[in-house]
Design a protein around this ligand. Structure first.
Ligand code: MN3
Length: 202
């Protein structure tokens, strides 16, 4: 089965509290689709990889044949990153983190406000295109950022949540003002979905 873009679990206009409808269409229908198409193109050259999930592929990039390794890194990463991204947002999101992840954030960072501040700073500080993440690494929560479509799974870290700081994620509404996008993004974070990922982090 080739990889596919999952449909959005809400309407394209559902995240207006942070992201406009046109950006959602371009981002989901065009950008994410392009990562999936390029990933499938690479896998066609190595049918032995057909049974593997995108997560499995990027977890061990050294196991990927060299001729498609960079394509899988960029586009397998793009597929995994965006699939998570749509899942962890929602129209009834926002507010303070709930449940186990709320407690863990307070324990690790002092408060949600302190966590958000550090996370947003890491997002602003990512030069060029990339992602900012909350990961579980060696049993601890950490904020990290990655370039391009690199995913923390490739470094043995589990992504609990992540925000896309490529310009395509925010430029129509926020233009050059990435900090404003990072701040508004918390209005649509779906803490139930983030708790599910935290539970899966082990
Ligand atoms: Mn993107």
């Amino acid at each position: 089965m080739p990889h596919t873009v999952p449909p959005l679990p809400y309407d394209y206009s559902a995240l207006e509290a942070a992201i406009d409808e046109q950006t959602m269409h371009l981002h989901h229908d065009k950008h994410h689709q392009a990562y999936v198409d390029k990933l499938n193109g690479a896998i066609e050259k190595h049918p032995e990889l057909e049974g593997k999930s995108a997560e499995e592929l990027i977890k061990d990039l050294n196991a990927i044949p060299e001729d498609i390794r960079t394509v899988v890194r960029n586009n397998g990463g793009g597929h995994v990153n965006h699939t998570m991204f749509w899942e962890i947002m929602g129209p009834s999101g926002g507010g303070e983190p709930t449940g186990a992840i709320g407690d863990a954030i307070t324990e690790a960072f002092g408060s949600f406000e302190d966590f958000k501040k550090q996370f947003n700073e890491a997002g602003v500080g990512r030069f060029g295109s990339g992602w900012v993440w909350l990961v579980k690494a060696g049993g601890a929560l950490k904020i990290v950022s990655t370039a391009n479509q690199d995913n923390p799974l490739s470094d043995g870290q589990y992504p609990i949540l992540g925000n896309d700081v490529w310009e395509h994620a925010y430029y129509l509404r926020y233009q050059n003002q990435r900090p404003k996008y990072l701040e508004a993004w918390w209005n649509v974070v779906n803490w139930d979905a983030v708790n599910d990922r935290f539970a899966s982090a082990g």
